[in-house]
Design a protein around this ligand. Sequence first.
Ligand SMILES: *Cc1c(COP(=O)(O)O)cnc(C)c1O
Length: 387
Amino acid sequence: MPSDAFIPLSVPHIAGNEWAYVKECLDTGWVSSVGSFVDRFERAFAERVSAPAAVACASGTAALHVALILAGVRPGDEVLVPSLTFIAPANAVAYLHAHPLFMDAEAEHFQLDVAKLESFLTCECTREQDGLRNRTSGRRVAAVLPVHVVGHPCDMDAIRALADRFGLRVVEDATESLGSRYRGRPTGLLGDLGCFSFNGNKIITTGNGGMIVAKDTALLERAKYLTTQAKDDPVEFVHGAVGFNYRLANISAAIGVAQLEQLDGHLARKREIRARYDAVLAGVDGIAVPKQAAWAEPNHWLYTIRIDAKRFGRNSRELLKLLKAAAIETRPLWQPLHRSPAHAGASSYHCDVADLLHAECLSLPCSVGLSAADQERVIDTILRARA
Ligand SMILES: *Cc1c(COP(=O)(O)O)cnc(C)c1O
């Protein structure tokens, strides 16, 4: 009997030592801002991504906020952000009273379009003494913030080379890409600073949480300082700067340690889910399955198809509705940020591909715990939706 139970897009998978480690926090009273699990999580995480150290944060957004400060972004600066992403990186730029400037995606892998980035930097900016200046706005362009959208790495060597040529810092939004590799190297350390997220729908979760990594340990010390209220003297409460309460609670870190122990298993499950979808959907007229760039070993965090409405017979939103009626949750990619009311005043640079991908793409259920039977139901429902 096929079940008709709700199939969510992407939900946490709690199957390891989470209970034991959380119980240890509760039994010992170490639930809050201090405790051994924060250190353990940071050390294990750093090792996992080959970083010298890592700084746990309250969220991925908090991590991005602090990383941008450490990258030297100042009020009034511009930061180049992809239009096709979850809104958090653009918000983090706005927290600093800096300005996101939205760049387009490329249509193959949905990542930051490096050719358009280069044409923006070459044609729209001039180099001046204090850095690069956007000729139209008159503002300093301080940094580029590539996002590894749906877990597939951007072409980071090309982005790094442009950033070096034009004097930009690189803050890597690796929040969706834990476990992904770029030319054999883990994401997160491919720019000046990298940020991760452990919210409920990411590949591992701490409930809410994030991490900052970098090669430069001085930056990480500063990150630890700023995320913990910039305290110089813990007895007299002397604070050397306006810091943030962006600590990760020990009880959240306990969940994180347990989740990280299971990361390889999660990655293996994501590969299986991808392979099973590919096996059927790659042969369906009007559906394009995710493509993998030569440089990329993605974590397959989200499985996102692109629908050609003419050939498939239905557009992405019609398919979404049909799947919803069958209790299957799917989701379009995010509203492109150059259309977001939240960033209505921001500039953008020819973001037409972002619009197209937003219209045509749909992410399918891909929780680590998705059963084969449930995945069959998703596939069957898609096949039956063809008109
Ligand atoms: C999840 C995510 C973040 C951070 O999210 P938090 O909920 O703050 O942890 C940032 N950027 C992108 C692209 C994300 O997908």
